[in-house]
Design a protein around this ligand. Structure first.
Ligand code: GTP
Length: 412
């Protein structure tokens, strides 16, 4: 983890240097202008076992020239969130600012959950307010005399402009190495109707290429390192870091086998190999892993993985099954089926994560299905029901498929 001096007063804002990277910042301001109003700020949950390279990734993101304003929340206490630090990259000029994000004490899955979302929203709004204040101070009565603006007009116009410039583009939430990302995901995964200022973008797991195999092996033998497993099971992206410690050129059969092991646990995760987490940021930020608008991508991913069946899988404690059913299904029956599988545990299967697209009767659109432990969301998008489910060894493809077929229209 990064080190901080606790006695130091965190500065609240830095002046943005207009002369640095003007063209780049102009372009990114234009891009922001298009999306800022009304669009929530994406939150990426960064997880990974102790020492895997989470802080290295955060540092890399903050210090790479991308022209984005990124805030980082460090969840030092795992599920216990108290007062947190947030580091904000001011984008242009790579200036870093620290702010405090205050949350009530308690477990993130219960008491703190609303507080976490509120704190993130306040962080977003706070950036806007700070910028508005500095604008008011800049205001010059002379401008009012020379131009046809009233004071109110000018402030309002500039306020809007400054909001565009000062608003955060993204938030990174770095968890402790022993955290299970699922509670955080379900906290941040909010309904569109709530019109929150923040939304879950994706879960990124940093895995240590040197130690991963040992951790996974030990988990199978003795159930130790459960976090290493669940972190991979819930990941949308796995950064297979420290490949330099396994092979000098970052390739070879050992790394191929590691990738295979990761895919055996979570076949839908995008795996990126890295040294010191130096990855293409476009592959890890704004993934929209929970966006209904990305259903086409999900559909393609599921199809690609559909060939993977139980017999192809190694004997792994956590695994993913992909199932496809071309006939249309009944939405009410699917709801019932999900309740039986997830809550009633009718078939004694432990499910962690489920992603899919459903072909619902009398609907010209497909519906997407997303499940993270206790959180289940269904969203309508555009067209075969194809879904994957990640869970314990108890997963049984035959039972899942048979029980799902009871949802097919006309089935009893
Ligand atoms: N050789 C090598 N070392 C790395 C790489 N990535 C990170 N490290 C080193 O691994 C150590 C741990 O990295 P961190 O980024 O602190 O890991 P972390 O996951 O934040 O650690 P915790 O917060 O303690 O869980 C540091 O000494 C890094 O410099 C890599 O790709 N190769």
């Amino acid at each position: 983890m990064m080190e901080y001096d606790d006695d130091e007063e965190p500065p609240l804002a830095v002046e943005i240097n207009d002369t640095v990277g003007r063209n780049q910042s102009q372009t990114s301001d234009d891009q922001r202008r298009k999306v800022v109003e009304g669009s929530p700020v994406g939150v990426t949950v960064i997880t990974g076992y102790l020492g895997a390279g989470k802080s290295t990734l955060v540092n890399y993101i903050l210090h790479t020239e991308h022209g984005k304003r990124i805030a980082v929340i460090l969840n030092e206490f795992g599920e216990e969130i108290g007062v947190e630090r947030a580091m904000i990259n001011e984008g242009e000029g790579d200036a870093l600012v620290e702010e405090w994000v205050e949350l009530d004490n308690g477990c993130v899955c219960c008491t703190v959950k609303h507080s976490l979302v509120q704190a993130l929203e306040q962080l977003v709004q706070r950036k806007e307010r700070l910028s508005f204040l500095s604008l008011m101070m800049k205001y010059d009565d002379e401008i009012e005399k020379q131009a046809n603006y009233t004071r109110k007009d000018l402030v309002e116009t500039e306020e809007r402009e400054e909001k565009v410039k000062a608003r955060l583009d993204h938030i990174l939430l770095e968890t402790t190495g022993l955290a299970n990302p699922a509670p955080l995901a379900s906290v941040l995964w909010l309904d569109d109707q709530l019109e929150s200022e923040v939304k879950l973008d994706s879960i990124i797991t940093v895995a240590d290429a040197k130690n991963l195999r040992y951790q996974l092996q030990r988990h199978q033998d003795s159930s130790s390192f459960p976090e290493a497993f669940s972190q991979i099971a819930f990941a949308d992206v796995v950064i297979l870091n420290k490949v330099d410690l396994v092979s000098p050129d970052g390739s070879g059969s050992v790394i191929d086998e590691l990738e295979e092991e990761i895919h055996n646990i979570n076949s839908l995760a995008n795996i990126i190999r890295s040294v010191r987490c130096q990855v293409d940021l476009s592959k890890i930020l704004n993934c929209g892993a929970y966006d209904a608008s990305k259903a086409n991508h999900l559909d393609a991913l599921l199809e690609e993985n559909n060939s993977l069946t139980t017999k192809d899988l190694h004997d792994s404690a956590v695994r993913t099954l992909c199932i496809c059913e071309p006939r249309p299904v009944n939405l009410d029956k699917v709801r019932l089926w999900l309740e039986e599988i997830l809550w009633d545990k009718k078939y004694n299967m432990e499910v962690y994560r489920c992603k899919g697209v459903l072909n619902i009767l009398d609907s010209d659109q497909l519906h997407t299905l997303q499940v993270v432990v206790s959180a289940v969301k269904g969203k309508r998008t555009d067209l075969c029901s194809c879904w994957s489910v990640t869970g314990c060894q108890s997963l049984n493809e035959e039972i899942l498929l048979d029980s799902f077929r009871t949802c097919i229209v006309g089935a009893c």
